[in-house]
Design a protein. Structure first.
Length: 344
């Protein structure tokens, strides 16, 4: 049957339910509906390949079935990978996605104004954890626009939030290196302005403490992954010039880790025999490095999918909440144990 000829009444007749029951299924009002009825109606909808008119549904529900996505760094491969996952998930949930790029509060305020004029039902923000002015977001709940933030401070209790545990991720990397026999573990930290940097630094300290290792300020250097790569090379060189030099380095992200590997190899060092290297992100190129990079995988795609589900559930009447996801240490050759059992 052609989808443009199918009506709600036809679905109701084939499902042996009322028109209002079909309408409730289409609009997500199913909390009081039996599982058998819900499954039967959905089965008929799928068989007939019915697609509701967004215009008609908007007139009835006051919703546009449209969600805005605001990405702080859309050029970053890690964040860009989440866009495709979000678009697929949104389409499966019956929503269209409007993707916007906003770098900084001023851009974001302008984008939010545009999305409000488009009548979006909700907005998802993928941020870089930098503290920003949220004044332009405070009016969203009053305007009936729900919002979920990812990797960002929660603007208020009306907002949903999804983030990941940076602190535990770096602490786990320290534990991994300690278990390999390393005792001089250095840390290249990221931009000072980002919450993730502070959380990862705290995780580094926690990991050292758990391993019974002292915190040494000389073993910590700034490697701002938003700055020029020459500064990363300089920071790596400063660590390798120390006496005694570290035998393992946790970098602020995978790109910085790649520069650490290159810098050490240019000095005649072997990774991981002379120096173990760990990155953060698990970007696509991590497996292409020589050696392939051990890294802390950030669950960005999963966070995007969880944020969408939270937003869709909130549109259907459920409460917003806060979710923190686990990171994962992906062990590859850059930290593989060598024949010697202890690195002193």
């Amino acid at each position: 049957m052609s989808s443009d000829r199918v009506t709600i009444r036809q679905i109701a007749e084939m499902s042996e339910v009322s028109v209002s029951t079909v309408s409730n299924v289409l609009n997500g009002r199913t909390l009081r509906m039996s599982a058998e009825t819900l499954e039967r109606v959905r089965g008929v909808i799928s068989t007939l390949r019915y697609r509701p008119s967004s215009i008609a549904r908007g007139l009835v529900t006051g919703r546009t079935a449209t969600i805005g996505l605001v990405v702080a760094e859309i050029e970053t491969a890690l964040f860009f990978s989440a866009v495709g996952a979000l678009e697929t998930a949104a389409r499966a949930a019956g929503y269209n996605l409007i993707v916007c790029h906003a770098r900084g509060s001023r851009d974001e305020a302008e984008v939010v104004t545009v999305l409000r004029t488009k009548g979006v039902d909700g907005i998802i923000f993928i941020a870089n954890s930098e503290a920003v002015d949220d004044a332009h977001l405070t009016g969203l709940p009053a305007a009936g626009i729900l919002a979920v933030v990812i990797n960002r401070r929660r603007p208020g209790p009306e907002f949903g939030r999804v983030t990941w545990n940076d602190r535990a991720g770096v602490a786990g990397a320290v534990e991994h290196l300690h278990d390999l026999g390393h005792r001089r573990i250095a840390f290249l930290r990221g931009p000072r302005s980002r919450d993730s940097t502070r959380e990862r630094a705290a995780g580094y300290r926690r990991g050292l403490k758990k391993a019974g290792l002292p915190y040494q300020e000389d073993y910590v250097r700034l490697a701002d992954y938003t700055a020029d790569p020459s500064t990363w090379e300089r920071a790596a060189g400063e660590l390798l010039d120390l006496d005694p030099a570290p035998t393992a380095i946790i970098a602020s992200d995978d790109s910085v880790a790649a520069v650490v590997i290159r810098t050490s190899q240019r000095r005649g060092l072997s990774v991981p025999r002379d120096l173990a290297v760990v990155g953060i992100d698990d970007q696509m190129f991590a497996t292409l490095l020589n050696p392939p990079l051990t890294t802390i995988r950030l669950p960005v795609k999963e966070a995007a999918e969880r944020a969408l589900k939270m937003l869709v559930d909130a549109i259907a009447g459920q409460s917003m909440r806060e979710v923190r996801l686990d990171t994962e240490l992906v062990v590859r050759d850059s930290s593989s144990p060598e024949p010697r059992t202890t690195v002193s």
